[in-house]
Design a protein around this ligand. Structure first.
Ligand SMILES: [Zn+2]
Length: 412
């Protein structure tokens, strides 16, 4: 089956994850999609194919080569973002894209002025939405690439490889993709998530990520009698927020610049809570940012003369670069494989997290590779079919290079 047809089949499954659910996986439709993938994996000759009770799908493409080479894992996620509907996706196929505006529907246009990446896919075949849902390329493009790789090996037994481990995870979009990932049973030396953008890109630096919760306890008095007595926690919250560095926010930062981001606030005169996420690629600078919160807390507590501010700091995930730097060959061999098939490897810092970060810290080094998907999590999402095909070729090349004396690989 062509990677394109496989992708179109996968996006017909609604698999939105639900951040308010208390179950794992967070939505039952992810398991339904998982069942479909299990069946396909069995047909493609994988062994040890199963889904865990938490909805993680596993399988092995068995070695045909006396176990030469590394045991490489490939991972993608089954859920789509809760940010936009993923039901009844109505994909539009554009052949040989001319580089001009693409009309999604009467109200929505994919405009290269607004989305300059479109220029890089001129001449490609694209799949877009009809403007009413997301597409699901994040991350069904990754799953389609991995499954097409498996199909190639099934059809070409002469292509030599060691055991290849495959896993599809639920709930990545709500931060729980690896909660129940069984690294011990997965038994890969290292792995790659296939969950990025442009196929020339390679990602192994993500943010260090913390959540900071600021609780402020005011003194609520009847406003008529409040003089010299009331402390309005809402006002203190605004003071607190304005004492943080104004430029270190998402809307003013890019590349390796870190930020703090107020993503929720709720309060009354008596009690106010501010919820922040704090991000930086460099741990020392992140610590500096966290210290800002502590300094402001100390200052305002002393100014008001009582402990009205409480700051709680939670680690969310760390920059996997700290792990990957000890295994440089995992990155180098991707760069080499990319060059072998005519790609131009670009290392791009992720301004966010990835399942691979948590897996790396749990003991499975796991950089991230591209899928050919763009503008994920909303109706402007699109994928390049050409890049998905190149993605299949890249994984096969990586495997080929990993096995000593492998034969030349004809890939169509
Ligand atoms: Zn993703």
């Amino acid at each position: 089956m062509k990677v394109e047809n496989r992708f179109l089949k996968y996006i017909s499954f609604p698999t939105q994850s639900n951040p308010y659910s208390t179950t794992s996986p967070s939505s039952s439709n992810q398991k339904e999609f998982g069942e479909f993938l299990l069946e396909e994996m069995r047909i493609l000759g994988l062994s040890n194919v199963y889904m865990s009770e938490y909805g993680v799908v596993y399988g092995t493409i068995p070695s045909n080569n006396h176990h030469q080479g590394d045991v490489i894992g490939f991972i993608a996620h089954m859920d789509t973002s809760p940010d936009a509907s993923g039901e009844n996706i109505n994909p539009q196929i554009i052949r040989d894209y001319d580089g001009q505006k693409i009309t999604l529907n009467d109200d929505m246009i994919l405009d290269p002025q607004e989305f300059p990446y479109l220029k890089d896919v001129k001449g490609h075949d694209l799949i877009t939405t009809d403007g009413t849902t997301l597409l699901g390329g994040d991350d069904k493009a990754g799953i389609a690439i991995i499954m097409s790789m498996a199909e190639y090996m099934f059809k070409h037994p002469e292509f030599k490889h060691n055991d290849i481990k495959i896993a599809f995870t639920p709930d990545e979009e709500i931060g729980h993709g690896t909660d129940h990932f069984d690294i011990e049973n997965f038994q890969a030396d290292y792995a790659y998530t296939i969950d990025g953008g442009d196929i020339n890109e390679l990602y192994f630096e993500n943010f260090n990520a913390y959540q900071v919760i600021v609780d402020i306890t005011g003194k609520s008095i009847h406003p008529g009698n409040a003089k010299n007595k009331m402390v309005n926690s809402l006002n203190v919250a605004m003071e607190f927020h304005h004492m943080l560095p104004h430029q270190k926010v998402p809307e003013c930062t890019e590349n390796y610049e870190g930020f703090h981001h107020l993503n929720h606030m709720q309060g009354t005169c008596e009690k106010t809570r501010l919820e922040y996420i704090v991000r930086d690629h460099h741990f020392t600078e992140l610590k500096e940012q966290l210290n800002d919160f502590k300094r402001i807390q100390a200052y305002l507590n002393s100014f008001y003369g009582y402990e009205l501010i409480d700051v709680t700091i939670h680690e969310q995930y760390l920059n996997m670069c700290d792990i990957i730097k000890d295994h440089p060959q995992i990155v180098e061999q991707v760069e080499l494989a990319m060059e072998d098939i005519g790609l131009n490897p670009r290392i791009v810092p992720i301004r966010g997290g990835t399942d691979g970060a948590r897996l790396s810290f749990k003991g499975l080094p796991c950089p991230n590779l591209g899928t050919g998907g763009f503008n994920c999590h909303g109706p402007y999402e699109y994928v390049s079919i050409n890049m998905m095909k190149k993605g299949v070729e890249l994984l096969l090349r990586l495997i080929k290079n990993n096995v000593y004396n492998n034969e030349d690989m004809p890939f169509e």
